[in-house]
Design a protein around this ligand. Structure first.
Ligand SMILES: [Zn+2]
Ligand SMILES: [Zn+2]
Length: 251
């Protein structure tokens, strides 16, 4: 029994790491900021993995995140710790996300460059179907007992870590660029680089999130390898900063 529980937790953790990787490379650096462009087959692979692991409707995620960049810490920021406190963002991030994601007009406004495809309408926009496929795959591969532990653990962990990028990585950590976002290396290790959030707000179109010495962006190694293989192209080699650099500060 203990072995089943531990294996279920480990499997759930691995599913979250895969979902985090697809979120940062495809949804965030690719679709949202166009910092990289994948070959169609690779984009379809990321899209499918995200669909079965998170049920994410990608245009909704892109819209919420673009709005966050457009209004960081202003009234219209969907999730600003400076305005409502980091703990509230951490604990209620899914609800804050849904406020914008469920607003079709806002989603359309922020995703004019990403019109829904036929495949989106038929398949990928059906979140519960994607999640159901994911659960069935887990049950077939590992049995229902393991799946019953792995899947809920993955859902809680994925939502929690997504919330941490918006809460912890806008409150605690190091700042190199003049934005409220912070660099949190331990968080970056379990979010495929997303914890280096100050660097990201400083240079949103950079496909690499580690900029300073002693920072490690786990996803960057694979992005560079995929670029060498010709599976994707990186927009520019040197980050283009949209905010000034400041003396590094710890907060
Ligand atoms: Zn942010
Ligand atoms: Zn971003």
């Amino acid at each position: 029994m203990l072995g089943t529980v531990l294996f279920g937790l480990l499997l759930g953790f691995c599913v979250t790491m895969v979902a985090n990787y697809c979120t940062t490379v495809y949804l965030h650096r690719g679709l949202t900021h166009a910092a990289l462009r994948t070959k169609p087959w690779l984009g379809a692979t990321f899209k499918t993995v995200l669909w079965v692991t998170t049920g994410m409707r990608e245009r909704q995620w892109v819209a919420v995140h673009r709005k966050h960049h457009a209004f960081t810490d202003e009234t219209d920021d969907p999730h600003s710790p400076a305005r409502i406190g980091w703990l509230r963002v951490q604990l209620t991030n899914p609800a804050l996300y849904r406020r914008v994601a469920r607003d079709d007009k806002q989603v359309a406004k922020y995703t004019r460059d990403l019109p829904p495809t036929r495949a989106d309408r038929v398949l990928f926009d059906h979140a519960l179907l994607g999640l159901a496929v994911g659960v069935v795959l887990l049950v077939f591969a590992f049995g229902w007992q393991v799946a019953a532990i792995a899947f809920p653990f993955h859902v809680v962990l994925y939502l929690g870590l997504s919330g941490s990028v918006n809460s912890i990585a806008h409150t605690f950590g190091r700042r190199t660029y003049s934005t409220s976002a912070t660099n949190v290396q331990w968080l970056a290790l379990i979010t495929a680089g997303e914890g280096l959030h100050n660097n990201h707000h400083g240079a949103p179109t950079s496909a690499r999130l580690s900029i300073n010495q002693r920072e490690f962006d786990p996803a960057w190694l694979s992005i560079r390898a995929m670029a060498k293989l010709g599976w994707l192209t990186v927009r520019h080699d040197t980050p283009k900063f949209v905010v000034p650099r400041i003396s590094p500060t710890k907060v």
